[in-house]
Ligand binder design. Structure first.
Ligand SMILES: [Zn+2]
Length: 216
């Protein structure tokens, strides 16, 4: 059994445990060479067994499973074709993030891990119909230059050079959302200045942490 299946099963459980999806919501995948392993359609992410991840040939689209892949397959494959270095795509429905972006609240850096893990820019895409070409086009356009995209009235797409890196980004988005919510409920949230962001981007210690995440 491929190691990638084991890692996906573990991360699927964590995503549900952390409340980043509920029920059969969200979908995740990982890439190994020309093959992508996707969550099967209709399954809860914490109930997918190692042999149930749907293997698909990225180049030909051939499916090696009796199960149907997630209905967001087109978006997942589109991302891998757009960003060859990406090894994992995690699409979640985190409630606080969805609430904030759908109310028009912007996500901007305001704590060190935000900058180090999510990056300076976290764009929001206006609502598009899920499960098809529209969402694939909208996400692929943005994902060329960022690692996290927020989908208004829908959720989050995070990518990474490892499953763990994509998962960490998904987690930090919702953690940031909780802090933004707390901050704006209590007063005016202070965001980082450009100078503060630059300093974190240039920390050697952050380069080391990033390298560790990419290789897990
Ligand atoms: Zn979704």
């Amino acid at each position: 059994m491929e190691e990638i299946r084991k890692k996906l099963t573990e991360i699927g459980k964590k995503i549900v445990e952390k409340g980043l999806v509920a029920g059969p919501g969200g979908n995740i995948s990982a890439r190994e060479d020309d093959f992508v392993f996707l969550s099967p359609s209709g399954f809860f992410l914490d109930e997918i067994k190692e042999d149930e991840w749907v293997k698909v040939n990225l180049k030909t689209g051939e499916i090696f499973s009796s199960l149907r892949p997630t209905c967001e397959i087109s978006m997942h494959l589109g991302i891998y074709l757009t960003r060859p270095e990406v090894k994992a795509v995690i699409h979640t429905h985190p409630p606080i993030t969805i609430g904030l972006i759908s109310a028009g609240i912007k996500f901007k850096p305001f704590f060190p891990d935000y900058v180090a893990i999510l990056g300076k820019e976290v764009p929001v895409i206006d609502y598009v119909v899920p499960a098809g070409e529209e969402i694939r086009k909208a996400v692929c356009k943005e994902i060329k230059k960022v690692n996290v995209v927020l989908l208004k009235n829908h959720g989050v797409v995070a990518v990474g050079e490892s499953i763990k890196e994509a998962y960490t980004r998904s987690l930090i988005v919702e953690e940031a959302a909780k802090s933004i919510l707390a901050g704006i409920c209590c007063g005016k949230l202070r965001y980082f200045t450009e100078k503060e962001i630059d300093k974190i981007e240039n920390l050697e210690a952050e380069d080391y942490r990033k390298a560790i995440l990419k290789n897990q």
